[in-house]
Write a protein that binds this ligand. Sequence first.
Ligand SMILES: *Cc1c(COP(=O)(O)O)cnc(C)c1O
Length: 391
Amino acid sequence: MLSPVTNTLDLERAHTSGVYIKRELEIVRGEGARLWDADGNSYIDCVGGQGAANLGHAHPAVIAAIQRQSTELISCPEIFHNPVRAQYQAALCAAANMPRVFLCNSGAEAVEAAIKFATLATGRSRVISTMRAFHGRTLGALSVTWERAYREPFAPLLMNTTHVPYNNIERLVEVLDDTVAAVIVEPVQGEGGVHPAADGYLHAVQALCRERGALLIVDEVQTGFGRTGSLFAHTQDGVQPDLLCLAKSIAGGLPMGALLIGERVGALQPATHGTTFGGNPLACAAAAAVLEVLTTTDLVERTRERGEAVRARLAANLPASAVREVRGRGLLIGIELRNKVAPVLRALQQRGVLALPAGATVLRLLPPLVISDDDLWTAVEAIEETLSNAV
Ligand SMILES: *Cc1c(COP(=O)(O)O)cnc(C)c1O
């Protein structure tokens, strides 16, 4: 029998799986880069749906697309052709400069598909990933993720994987032999603490992959769709992925993922992979609206400038007694603290700013790219005051 509680927090405590650490906060509404709790308090959102809300909350173009498509057709498995999907796939391939795409429903699924396709294309089974990498929680994606606490309960996992230090090409030279199907890498390690690729690193990884017959999988689930000041971050590194994983902000907050497929992958045979919800017209319509906004406005360009300005100011103003380093690209910003981040997150929430951790000591900011200058600088000020008081 269900208990008679009606309070949201109690209901969730009674029935949620237990796998999430939850904050004492009930969010009921959002608009742009603002969120409101059940008591009507407003917050500046630097969580950005954990990266899924680059266009913010209640974006008019996304609302219109969802409303329109929901009355037309929501379900349409890929055994049929569909015009909304066809148009979106063409637009996404053009924007990413890659010929083919497989549509799915999450970041982990995009990574799973990438590993399967790399295995099929090369006839090899080993995958090389990097230390501090995060690629998702399903068993295949988890195999290439680094964090021991996530992986160890499920060891030995599925894939024959090797983790090498990020931004270190020498170790990769040693382990990348002719048993390796692919190297998977993020242009900026997000969950792992906001570590951007060093100049020339991704380029060297790509060159080595080509030389030794392995494929390059670039995971842009977090860095994609304008977050770093380019539509896709890897273009800043001048590389051409063989497989490009996308999700999070792809469809304005609706669950969706995509795997872009390059020429080196070759033909894929029918029935080697698939998904029921992948490519459904509702997600495709929302995603088409998102892509249109990102490619026809100056939002992405401004993200680069505003991210640089925020990082420069934080680096200049934050006390060295509390902060080790400020890192990032665009509006993916990490502040590495000398102490634990959890109390800082609570203090910021008290001041009306919601932010994320990336590991135990990194404060991570993922504000919607549509955040107003006022809200952005108010959030920066709150962080400066909180970290100045924290010492
Ligand atoms: C979030 C994330 C994933 C996993 O995406 P889900 O949609 O949560 O499965 C994979 N890779 C990166 C880089 C991510 O940030």
